[in-house]
Design a protein around this ligand. Structure first.
Ligand code: SAM
Length: 314
């Protein structure tokens, strides 16, 4: 189907709760989405130095994969998404968790949030799926809703990293096979370079206090200026120390590269399975990828029989 707008594209993906889980990060079940949610929540927690008194928003919260892990730790959590269907699943998953609100978005603005009303916000795996104009328009409204000194953490595909480039190659090879003139998918993956993201952040009046480029994702923490140079410098110093807990890191990047390489050859995830087999059962990153690939295997009969060591019951 040729979707002309983000809302219909994502509402269609999230027309069932399982479809919504798969659409947010390829997780096929609740167990996997909790594992990946905990991983991403730890990154956001470190990036934003979350405190119990914080008022926090998530732009593009999806099923509340990350929000479910964080909402109970802060004073208020507000999830916003273009898809009402995603928000429906998020509402159910976060029921009884802290002080939460949910708002559907109608365009690249955060109308439900007042000026300078939020301490912190984050946005993971969302800007990668929109035109750059919409990305910048959202950033501009983030600058409006943050209080002075407030922080915003987000990521995007990193074209300047070799694994980011290989991920982009999947897209342009696919585009090469499209008939000329066929409309490109409105929510297709988009890619940026770190310098470009810094320009967008500065262009909307925020300060990029941390820009990580050591993985296929550019990860940014932006701060709303408050005229306090010392506070800004302290934040930058804190983030330098926190960077290893924010970064996707080498292990995640190696596994992701293996998935991309296997996908480029349109065959089962053999490289990833081999890498995972070499890791102990209690390695948390390997456990997360095992769960993820186990779920994906269920819908891919063409991958052949499931390796025994990927079965969570094994
Ligand atoms: C890949 S999912 C990631 C969800 C969530 N951030 C997470 O990491 O689990 C992308 C999410 O962004 C939302 N989204 C896509 N385009 C959007 C847009 N233009 N404005 C707001 N949300 C959007 C989708 O509905 C979906 O929930």
């Amino acid at each position: 189907m040729d979707f002309q707008d983000y809302k219909s594209f994502w509402n269609d993906k999230a027309s069932t709760p399982r479809g919504a889980l798969v659409a947010v990060d390829g997780s096929h079940d609740e167990r996997t989405v909790r594992l990946t949610g905990a991983f991403s929540a730890a990154q956001a927690r470190a990036a934003l130095d979350l405190q119990a008194a914080d008022r926090v928003f998530e732009l593009g919260c999806g099923v509340g994969r990350i929000g479910r892990e964080l909402a109970g730790e802060v004073a208020h959590w507000h999830g916003l998404d273009i898809s009402e269907n995603m928000l429906g699943v998020a509402r159910e998953r976060l029921a009884g968790t802290g002080d939460c609100a949910f708002s559907p978005l109608q365009g690249p603005r955060l109308d439900a949030l007042g000026d300078a009303s939020m301490d912190k916000g984050y946005c993971v795996a969302v800007f990668i799926h929109m035109d750059k104009e919409d990305f910048v328009l959202y950033l501009r409204d983030v600058a409006r809703v943050l209080r002075p000194g407030g922080l915003f953490y987000f990521d995007h595909w990193n074209l300047a990293h070799p694994v980011g480039w290989r991920r982009f190659a999947l897209e342009f090879e696919q585009a090469a096979r499209l008939p000329a003139g066929q409309r490109k998918d409105v929510a297709r993956n988009q890619f940026v370079v770190p310098q470009e993201v810094e320009a967008y952040v500065r262009g909307v009046g925020l300060e990029p206090v941390l820009v990580l480029d050591d993985s296929p994702c550019v990860q940014v923490v932006a701060r709303k200026p408050d005229g306090d140079a010392l506070a800004g410098a302290r934040e930058a110093e804190r983030l330098r120390n926190a960077a290893p807990r924010i970064s996707y890191g080498e292990q995640w990047t190696t596994y992701f590269d293996a998935i991309v390489a296997d996908e480029a050859e349109a065959r089962g995830p053999r490289r990833l399975v081999a890498l995972l087999a070499a890791r102990p059962a209690d390695d948390p990153v390997a456990r997360m990828f095992r769960a993820w690939i186990h779920g994906a295997w269920q819908s891919r009969p063409d991958w052949g029989p499931l390796p025994a060591d990927l079965d969570p019951a094994a």
